[in-house]
Design a binder for this molecule. Structure first.
Ligand code: 3HC
Length: 311
């Protein structure tokens, strides 16, 4: 029987096989992937700022080396994801322009300030822990280049989470003042970490279609629940309590019940009205402008090399 490109696309998705750049795909599939992959890349690049602020102030050479490696990894994750977006016909310079002008988003979590070095540990433990919960299923996303980027990125994220948790364990074994710093940082980052998974499923315009196309393999609420269930025992082992009076194990559900995040806060932060939004975007814009000469030099060098090869 005659198979149409639509039918081939649908069968590929149904069979859990991969859509590759040269395959036919519905325009909506391409658009939602450029949207998600570009914003994922933007999140990695902007995410370098909160941690970068502490590289020069790390308490030891070991902590400085670890933080340098982590921030460098995030830069690489961003560039890797921009390359995945380019396989969909997106242009990297255009994506950067969209980020700087606020026409594309990046993860809300990076609009919160990092007040002291305990924040670096909590970001590794909670933020990278949430990112792992979100990114492991994306290794099975239906778009080939995105799924393959996730496989490589997930390998490095587990180091990011472990170093953060180990940093906090060290501080919890330190002075009372250090334990207070950890408790304060956990209180400040817990709810924003839950918001990383997006709005509740009933308020998520993209989830249904993204699940149908297997771009996403779980809904926002499913991944948030998984993160809470994974993190509670880790908080117990660390000796910190999580700032949610409704958090408790529900044996009937086989999962933890927990309170409602402040969705109005998430909406405010996503719309640019968070504590650090203006500073993060301004910093990205300045870096882009000051890097203009590097891009020009690299392009001129590449053109000369190409001309020499042709000669
Ligand atoms: N921050 C910013 N924007 C958010 C958001 C958040 N926490 N949660 C949702 N949004 C935006 C969505 O992008 C969408 O806007 P858009 O249509 O203009 O893109 C709108 O709010 C509605 O949300 P939906 O749930 O309908 O959108 P999605 O189906 O795309 O779900 C998502 C949002 C869960 C973030 C999904 O896009 C996703 O899984 N993205 C890939 C993972 C990712 O981007 N993670 C960023 C975490 S940071 C990171 O990984 C770096 C690591 O090193 C810590």
């Amino acid at each position: 029987e005659v198979t149409t490109p639509e039918r081939v696309f649908e069968e590929t998705i149904e069979r859990d096989q991969r859509i590759e750049p040269r395959d036919w795909m519905p325009e909506g599939y391409r658009k939602t992937l450029v949207r998600q992959v570009a914003q994922h890349a933007h999140s990695e690049i902007i995410g370098m700022q909160p941690e970068g602020a502490w590289i020069a102030r790390a308490p030891s050479l070991r902590r400085k080396a670890i933080l340098l490696a982590k921030v460098q990894d995030e830069a690489g994750h961003g560039l890797y994801l921009y390359s995945a977006a380019e396989t969909l016909g997106a242009d990297r310079a255009d994506l950067t322009a969209k980020l700087i002008s606020g026409r594309q988003k990046y993860s809300s979590i990076f609009n919160y300030p990092t007040l002291n070095f305990a924040d670096i540990g909590v970001i590794g433990w909670l933020v990278d822990g949430a990112a792992i919960c979100n990114q492991v299923p994306l290794c099975r996303s239906s778009y080939g280049p995105y799924a393959r980027a996730m496989v490589r990125i997930c390998k490095e994220e587990s180091f990011h989470q472990r170093q953060g948790y180990e940093l906090l364990l060290t501080m919890m074994r330190g002075t009372e003042a250090q334990r207070d710093m950890v408790r304060d940082a956990v209180d400040r980052w817990w709810w924003p970490s839950l918001m990383m998974f997006g709005p509740p499923d009933g308020d998520s315009p993209n989830t249904r279609q993204s699940m149908a196309w297997k771009v996403k393999r779980h809904t926002n609420d499913e991944l948030r629940q998984k993160f809470v269930d994974m993190t509670v025992p880790q908080a117990d082992a660390l000796g910190v309590s999580l700032p949610d009076p409704e958090l408790r194990w529900n044996a009937d559900r086989g999962a933890h019940d927990f309170g409602e995040p402040d969705w109005a806060e998430l909406k405010r932060v996503i719309s640019g009205d968070g504590a650090c939004n203006a500073e993060r975007v301004e910093r990205r814009r300045t870096a882009h402008e000051q890097g203009e000469w590097v891009r020009e030099a690299a392009a001129a060098h590449a053109a000369k090399r190409a001309a020499r090869q042709e000669a």
